[in-house]
Design a protein around this ligand. Structure first.
Ligand code: AMP
Ligand code: ZN
Length: 112
């Protein structure tokens, strides 16, 4: 499958990995929008949040179990934001479900 995040997960494409377990891989975004900008990605290829089902949702729980571990390791004691873009209206550019973990500074109240 020609999926850049599957290739990062397999190690075929290099990345700056900060966390990995059996279900989850997290690496630094190439184009960071905050001092800390990490992509937290289920290893299972799911195209977007629109494709989460009872059969695959376990990996989403695994992502959110990893988030506090990563946030603590990154020193995000003052908070963080998690965003997932889904589809063209949200400007999703990589069609493998991923969660942007943003922190390390004050963010705006706007989420659009
Ligand atoms: P989205 O627009 O929500 O689909 O987010 C995709 C994100 O992946 C963007 O923030 C890109 O900067 C990031 N990205 C694309 N390719 C890579 C890569 N090879 N390594 C790390 N981040 C990447
Ligand atoms: Zn993939």
């Amino acid at each position: 499958m020609d999926c850049i995040f599957c290739k990062i997960i397999s190690g075929e494409i290099p990345s700056s990995k900060v966390y990995e377990d059996g279900d989850v891989c997290a690496f630094r975004d190439l184009n960071p929008q905050m001092p800390t900008h990490i992509l937290v990605v289920p290893k299972l290829h799911i195209e977007s949040a629109a494709d989460i089902t009872p059969d695959n949702s376990r990996c989403v729980a695994a992502v959110f179990e990893a988030v506090p571990v990563i946030a603590a390791a990154e020193g995000l004691r003052n908070g963080f934001r998690i965003i997932t873009n889904c589809g063209p209206d949200a400007c999703q550019s990589v069609r493998h479900l991923h969660f942007h973990l943003l922190g390390g500074g004050q963010m705006s109240e706007s989420m659009k």
